[in-house]
Design a binder for this molecule. Structure first.
Ligand code: JDK
Length: 237
């Protein structure tokens, strides 16, 4: 999978060179290219923002550098890319919420472009223009406001990247995850069996795999009921 990232803070993404995603790039499973939006400015100050029409606080990202950046990325993929073109993901507090289902959908794509806004966001016309180059998704990580799209993009790239076959060392972890779906995870323990007065639940030391599976499922349901009742089917009627 190819991933392009457009940002005014390219160094934020240095961390993608380490850990699982770093190894995936070494193995040729992932090709992540980070671009500085300011490369597509032409003035002395490499300006990417301007004041909002209609007034209001803060600044808005100008459309012209975005248009040139997206054109350059589309052209560089162009020939090798048949079909509908890339998915262009723009993190936004006004986007649809990114979930594991979104991660799964996007993990099946061959080319993603992440556009990281800053300030109060990007001129709205950029999204309509981007829709001429591929499929546009405005995505929110959740109902809180970040300072820009970088951290949201990084979270999405990590969630998507680990679903690409060969990226996660032990594919069994992914299989187990898909079975757990819709519930919070069960608690995990490792050695020592007793630590600072706390014992590992004895059932986990019993060797009774059926009883362990039932206990874990019960823990999942109970934790979900306590912490995330919104995930459970509605018990009314
Ligand atoms: C991309 C810029 C910062 C955007 C104004 C007025 C009420 C705020 C600051 N899930 C999630 N959270 N935050 C983002 C995200 C923030 C971004 C950008 C993504 C680009 N910012 C920003 C908008 C405002 N807005 C109405 C909400 C303030 C993604």
């Amino acid at each position: 999978m190819r991933i392009d990232v457009v940002t005014i803070f390219p160094s934020f993404f240095d961390v993608l060179g380490v850990s699982l995603l770093g190894k995936a790039q070494g193995k040729g499973l992932l090709d992540i290219r980070v671009h500085d939006l300011r490369e597509w400015t032409h003035d002395r100050h490499r300006t990417v923002d301007d004041t909002p029409y209609g007034g209001g606080a803060g600044m808005v990202m100008k459309p012209e550098p975005w248009g040139e950046a997206l054109d350059a990325i589309a052209a560089s993929a162009g020939a090798s890319e048949a079909g509908p073109g890339p998915v262009l993901v723009f993190p936004s507090p006004a986007g649809e919420v990114f979930t594991q289902a979104t991660a799964r959908e996007l993990a099946g794509e061959s080319h993603l472009v992440f556009g990281c806004g800053r300030y109060e966001g990007i001129d709205e016309r950029v999204f309509a223009y981007a829709a001429t180059l591929g499929r546009v998704r405005l995505m929110s990580l959740g109902d809180y406001v970040l300072n820009g799209g970088e951290v949201a993009s990084m979270a999405m790239i990590e969630a998507i990247g680990r679903l690409i076959p060969g990226v996660v060392g032990n594919p069994e972890s992914l299989v187990e995850e898909s079975h757990e779906e819709g519930l919070l995870e069960y608690p995990s323990y490792t050695k020592p069996a007793s630590w600072r007065g706390q014992d590992v639940p004895p059932i986990l030391l019993s060797g009774n795999h059926g009883a362990i599976a039932a206990w874990r499922h019960d823990q999942q349901v109970e934790r979900t009921r306590m912490r995330r009742p919104d995930l459970l089917p509605d018990a009314r009627d």
